[in-house]
Design a protein around this ligand. Sequence first.
Ligand SMILES: [Zn+2]
Length: 314
Amino acid sequence: MALLYDDPIFLKHDTGPHPECAARLGEVSARLAETGLVERCSRPQWDLVEREALGRVHNLAYVDSVQRFAAQGGGYIESDTAVSSESHYVARSAAGAVVDATRRVVAGEDTQALCLVRPPGHHAVQASAMGFCLFNNVAVAASTATRELELDRVLIVDWDVHHGNGTQATFWEDEQVGFLSVHRSPFYPGTGDADETGAGKGLGTTHNVPLAFGTSRAQYVDQFTKALEQMAEKIRPLLVLVSAGFDTHVLDPVGSLGLEDEDYVTLTDLVLDVAEQHANGRVVSVLEGGYNVEILPGSVAAHLTAMLERQSSQ
Ligand SMILES: [Zn+2]
């Protein structure tokens, strides 16, 4: 079994004509049901994220401003990020799901969780929405793990096609949270150069692998493998979190680094190896991007299948 967070509440973040649309998840849910993957998972109930947990990453005045903006009917809260009247509630539920998954996995209820949430999170910074993201779900989960659950070391692996600038900024000076991002560059949001490695006590706990458009699948996997091994040795994580974006897919209309569904099996297996070696297999994966509504279900299914196969082989 794995914990699966897949719920119609996430369809209520209505972005209108926008690549980050509710149909993304509707199609994924349908595929997981059709293929029987849902039955191999348990489906916990969870609560909205608490202000205390959100406040470890975001300025609470910003959180309140998102609530007011949504309550007034929404619109574009920044140039790329659409908000509807229910978006604050949905975003609190998304962060809540990821926090709940982290608490359950650390408590030993299961070793694996997959959180199919939206809005995504990895671009959101302390006091601002950015790049389709309102609250930084994975960052809230990592800070819950270190500060509430008292894990000494956590590793976030971000394989979304975009650099996870918000996550990087959150943990820039944090020695407990390692951040590995493999992403297309030059590309939005413009950060994530190889020389961005953290500062202060966090110096060396950030590792960026910028890859040019046109990098081959084999080169991508090779670079990912080397960087992950390096970070796993350095951080020796007690929990691995994944910012699982599928906009690296060759048919993604927004990003694309040429990957195919079988590559997500490879990336998942590599992350699971690290989790097994250091973290008793504990992995919480969180959906970020992936904007081809017809392709995304297959990519997510490949990722979840690889997770479940690993458990059943043990
Ligand atoms: Zn992305």
